[in-house]
Design a protein around this ligand. Structure first.
Ligand SMILES: Nc1nc2c(c(=O)[nH]1)N[C@H]1C(S)=C(S)[C@@H](COP(=O)(O)O)O[C@H]1N2
Ligand SMILES: [Mo]
Length: 331
């Protein structure tokens, strides 16, 4: 195994990783930049903030049963080391708080207690779930590979419950074919990137799955990570984890879940349908229009700037569990 040490890290991370929004038409955004920028800076309000001694990895302990099927040793993941907690907690994508990877301090503006996830649409038993309700689900720990469409990868121990458990609680009707997941959005808190100006992006962040995908045993809601509740930058208090798809499918800080008969219009797919497909499965032979997906940068356990080049695995290595969902031609 060769660990590649990147010396000029900031420079290289800009060149090697193309942010998901890099294609955006700059002139279009510049027009409104001044007005929206000033408005945002004038909007003060009471919200939590990070200080110099805020710990990016902090959370309350959660009890969960480790699912051995997803262990590092002997499970579906024996080929790679766990990413260090600190690296995972300080290298994030969360556009509600900015377009670079170092938004963890800004994400502390989110208030997560109280919280409500409203679940409705085509279901027999619509209801909302507060923080206590979420912790009532039987919690499992699952170590999953994580693969961003930008080609970086990690290995993360999530705590949470299979999406199937929520389906069982609300009983979708036979008319329901898709599920729409909506992230928390309040422009006073989720101020978005300065560039492109947030006002030009299709908020709130929405993701979607086919109901069969949501029913698959791997589809997971995480309410914790590394043994404790989710830090805000990871999408507290509840986020999606669909490990055979690119990371952008995993909407964070979910406020609403709706069962529907229409394919949801999702955030990245709305911004650039040619680059971010609704299905978005990890497929090494299907390049992103601007880069190959054949290999990935497996971020090391040490720091975000050390990584190892690895071949990308079909369905991120979870083909055995999910291939039946798809009609994929042999290659
Ligand atoms: N609401 C919301 N969810 C989101 C995003 C986002 O910008 N907003 N980014 C996505 C992307 S592109 C990735 S790679 C993962 C990153 O998750 P992590 O920061 O916990 O590693 O979150 C996904 N979920
Ligand atoms: Mo991503």
């Amino acid at each position: 195994m060769v660990l590649i040490r990147i010396l000029n890290s900031w420079h290289l991370s800009e060149a090697a990783v193309t942010p998901e929004a890099a294609f955006l038409d700059r002139r279009r955004f510049l027009k409104g930049a001044i007005a929206t920028g000033i408005a945002a800076s004038l909007m003060g309000c009471q919200r939590p903030t990070a200080t110099d001694d805020t710990d990016p990895t902090a959370g309350s302990p959660l009890q969960a049963t480790r699912n051995p099927r997803f262990d590092l040793d002997g499970g579906m993941l024996g080929d790679r080391p766990l990413t260090s907690e600190r690296v995972a907690a300080t290298y994030n994508n969360f556009y509600e708080y900015g377009s670079n990877k170092h938004i963890w301090r800004k994400a502390q503006a989110l208030s997560i207690d109280p919280w409500k996830v409203e679940v409705g649409g085509m279901v027999a038993k619509p209801r909302s779930f507060d923080l206590d309700d979420l912790q009532q689900f039987p919690l499992e720990e699952r170590i999953y590979r994580f693969r961003c469409v930008e080609a970086w990868a990690m290995v993360v121990p999530w705590l949470g419950f299979p999406m199937k458990a929520l389906i069982d609680a609300v009983e979708p009707t036979s008319a329901a074919k898709f599920v729409r997941f909506t992230s928390y959005y309040d422009p006073k808190v989720t101020q978005g990137p300065a560039f492109p100006p947030s006002a030009y992006l299709p908020w709130p962040y929405v993701e979607g799955l086919r109901i069969e995908e949501m029913t698959n045993d791997l589809a997971f809601f995480a309410i914790g990570i590394y043994g404790h509740t989710l830090p805000k930058q990871h999408g507290a208090p509840i986020r999606m984890v669909v490990p055979w798809k690119y990371g952008f499918k995993g909407a964070k800080s979910i406020a609403r879940i709706e069962f529907t008969d229409q394919q949801p219009e999702t955030y990245w797919n709305t911004i650039s349908p040619g680059e971010y497909k609704f299905e978005a499965n990890v497929e090494p032979d299907v390049p992103h229009p601007r880069w190959s997906q054949a290999t990935e940068r497996l971020i090391s356990a040490q720091d975000e700037f050390s990584w190892e080049k690895r071949p990308t695995l079909l369905y991120n290595g979870y083909g055995e569990a999910v291939a039946d969902l798809y009609d994929r031609r042999a290659i």
